[in-house]
Design a protein around this ligand. Structure first.
Ligand SMILES: Cc1cc2nc3c(=O)[nH]c(=O)nc-3n(C[C@H](O)[C@H](O)[C@H](O)COP(=O)(O)OP(=O)(O)OC[C@H]3O[C@@H](n4cnc5c(N)ncnc54)[C@H](O)[C@@H]3O)c2cc1C
Length: 285
């Protein structure tokens, strides 16, 4: 039960939503799928004076392509990302990750915008945003700005979003053609958050390579792997990547799912698995 009172707004226009958020000066919360916000309010962890639902605003739920880029509206549900043909073809990591989130009910309500705004350090999307080179479009009553994924995630459930801001769009370059991709997650029960997750993107000829890990710190982190693949993909490269993942995971949290050393060990294993998958998926030519 939510015990405190709050005002509820369901604007139909983005400008109206931004004006309400501005008026409440950080004391209002946007509502997307409600899959995280509602439990937080029930537990009393979030006690906003107002809720601004984004569910009736036209133009926040879309997936479109340009010749180089895929654009995704913040209100796109996980289930849509899981099944959409553009996402499956050009950003397969995203559809793969979406398919693991919660259960089918959660995936039908939860949104990419809500997940990236909440920025749980073990969520499925953050490592993927880092390796696909995504950018976030943020709007407020004063205007709009773009923030690269590597600058967007700041700390424990902390992002570049400030009071009055709304995440409205995510865009990323198309990755089909010359790229192989791999996503791996460790979970005890299907539908649970990952304990550790890893996403990799490798370009043909190892011209570029990116790996990111989640669940190993206060936010998802990139692991420098390109230099290890300069001489191609072999056991020595995999050992070096494993060591790099272990080093990046040095501040991994300890909790009921595993202590720091366990997560660091799993970072080694899942980093290697994601890189192996990505290398095997590089198109022949
Ligand atoms: C049973 C269960 C299992 C789950 N399992 C997983 C899992 O395995 N992996 C995983 O990654 N996630 C998991 N989740 C979380 C799920 O992905 C949520 O959908 C997501 O974290 C929040 O998305 P939402 O659209 O529901 O956001 P909401 O709950 O509506 O909002 C979340 C937070 O973000 C803010 N917010 C929402 N939209 C915006 C916006 N556009 N701009 C700025 N701020 C905004 C809200 O004010 C709130 O603080 C699970 C959730 C549940 C309930």
């Amino acid at each position: 039960m939510i015990s405190q009172e709050y005002e509820f707004f369901a604007p139909k226009e983005l400008a109206e939503a931004l004006a309400i958020l501005h008026r409440f000066a950080g004391k209002a919360r946007p509502l997307s799928g409600g899959m995280t916000l509602v439990p937080m309010m029930t537990l009393g962890v979030a006690q906003p004076e107002a809720i601004v639902s984004l569910n009736h605003i036209a133009g926040l739920d879309f997936i479109v392509e340009t010749p180089e880029i895929i654009r995704i509206g913040a209100m796109t549900r996980h289930r849509t990302l899981e099944t959409n043909t553009l996402i499956r073809r050009y950003l397969p990591l995203l559809s793969e990750a979406a398919s693991h989130i919660g259960d089918v009910q959660v995936r039908h309500r939860g949104t990419i915008g809500g997940s990236l705004s909440h920025a749980d350090p073990a969520a499925d999307y953050p490592p993927i945003m880092l390796v696909i080179g995504a950018r976030m479009k943020i709007a407020n009553a004063a205007g709009e700005r773009w923030v690269a994924a590597r600058d967007y995630f700041k700390g424990l459930m902390e992002t570049d979003l400030r009071p009055g801001d709304l995440l409205i769009e995510i865009e990323a370059p198309k990755l089909a053609g010359r790229f192989g991709t791999g996503y791996q997650r460790l979970h005890r029960i299907e539908g649970n958050f990952p304990i550790v997750n890893a996403a990799a993107v490798i370009e043909q000829g190892f011209r570029s390579a990116r790996l990111a890990l989640g669940g190993i710190g206060d936010r998802a982190l990139l692991v420098e792997i390109e230099k290890h693949l300069r001489n191609g993909f072999n056991d020595a490269a995999l050992d070096a990547i494993s060591d790099a993942a272990y080093a990046v995971a040095k501040d991994a949290p300890s909790d009921l799912n595993g202590d720091t050393e366990y997560r660091r060990a799993m970072a080694r294993v899942f980093a290697k698995r994601a890189v192996k998958l990505a290398a095997a998926a590089i198109p022949a030519n």
